[in-house]
Write a protein that binds this ligand. Structure first.
Ligand SMILES: [Zn+2]
Length: 377
């Protein structure tokens, strides 16, 4: 690949990045895509209050299988809301499932709650296996304030500063948001074995096709990227997990799935994300913030990105059911594959078979874009 002018690329890509995450401008051009008529009607999506009520209902009807609690002993959100956890299962492996760290990414909360309901009430063999082998910890609404404001990030109460919780990073003196501190504190105490983080993304196309991506599979610290190998080596296991999900989803008939990338549409190249910010990356790096994780406990984590969000009118009522089900099935499959060890049987290089744009580099939150040539791989 020819040498790039990095400064130029960065500013151009910043513009593209903004475009990607404010997808209105080209959403209308996607055939069969979601409605672009103003803001998505969020009345049909769960409010904070409804999430709390749903959790309480699930707990009550679960005959003791599900336990719901808040993280109030570690604090509350910037606006004083409790962050809820639902626990189910009796097994040794601890699986962490978080949704809606971005408040305008609504359907993932619905999917997480549906899966919790399945674990609470379904007696099928695969569900029983999961519950015997693992204990699952759901955080269905990580960012309740953002959810209520219908914004991606949140507002720090003291400074009124807007903050993306998934970029909250400690190198400059600690997590800024209460949500990050609360969730991190709980994570450090719990010491999970594996985490899945659920998101929505702007519209993109599967490389080499005219198909809108419905679902992307990613890792916040890119496999074989510049950061992760300096901490713990999760390059293989994260790729196995994503390849496993990819196969499972194809098996269910779901297509238009690709690897999560920030895409330069004009040049038809992609950048893998490689960010240290956010609690999920802290999990993978084994961050010891405030002395809460002195043995540097860490574990692999992956994320899913579903099409559209609710603050830019890029979710349509028609597709919501489909998108929620897709998330639900991917989540359920990966948990099962992880718990049973099926994931470990996947060839990590099968990850290369997930559709992706030619990799041009890594999109970091600490060193701009790191071109692929200089990353050592
Ligand atoms: Zn997100």
């Amino acid at each position: 690949m020819k040498k790039m002018n990095i400064a130029g690329k960065v500013s151009m890509l910043t513009a593209l990045f903004v475009l990607l995450f404010s997808s209105l401008s080209f959403a209308a051009t996607v055939p069969g895509g979601p409605s672009t008529e103003g803001k998505t009607n969020i009345n049909s999506m769960l409010s904070y209050e409804e999430v709390v009520k749903t959790l309480t209902d699930i707990e009550q009807t679960s005959k003791g299988k599900v336990e719901v609690f808040t993280l109030d002993r570690f604090g509350k959100s910037e606006q004083g809301r409790s962050i809820y956890v639902a626990k189910v299962g009796t097994g040794e492996k601890k699986v962490w499932i978080q949704a809606q760290i971005h408040g305008n990414e609504k359907l993932v909360t619905e999917a997480a709650l549906q899966l919790l309901k399945t674990y609470a009430s379904n007696n099928s063999k695969d569900v029983q296996t999961v519950l015997e082998e693992s204990t699952l910890y759901f955080i269905p609404m990580y960012n309740p304030d953002g959810a209520e404001m219908n914004t991606r990030g949140t507002k720090i109460a003291e400074t009124e500063q807007y903050l993306d919780l998934n970029r909250d990073w400690v190198s400059e003196g600690g997590f800024a948001a209460k949500e990050s501190k609360v969730v991190y504190s709980y994570w450090a105490e719990l010491k999970p074995d594996f985490a899945i983080d659920l998101h929505h993304q702007g519209l993109k196309q599967v490389y080499g096709t005219n198909e809108a991506t419905s679902f992307s599979l990613g890792v916040s610290l890119a496999p074989n990227g510049p950061t992760l190998p300096n901490y713990k080596n999760y390059n293989d296991v994260t790729r196995q997990m994503l390849a496993y999900v990819y196969d499972e989803m194809s098996g269910y008939g779901y297509t238009h799935i690709d690897r999560y990338q920030i895409v330069d549409r004009q040049n038809q190249i992609g950048y893998d994300i490689d960010i240290k910010g956010g609690v999920v990356s802290a999990m993978m790096m084994g961050l010891n913030y405030n002395g809460l994780n002195p043995d540097n406990h860490s574990h692999p984590a992956v994320f899913f990105e579903t099409k559209g969000n609710s603050s830019e009118g890029s979710l349509g009522q028609k597709s919501n059911g489909y998108l929620t089900k897709q998330n639900y099935l991917a989540l359920k499959s990966l948990v099962y594959g992880y718990v049973t060890g099926e994931v470990e049987e996947v060839d990590p290089n099968h990850w290369n078979d997930i559709p992706a744009y030619p990799l041009a580099g890594y999109w970091t939150d600490y060193n701009g874009i790191v071109p692929v040539e200089s990353s050592g791989f």
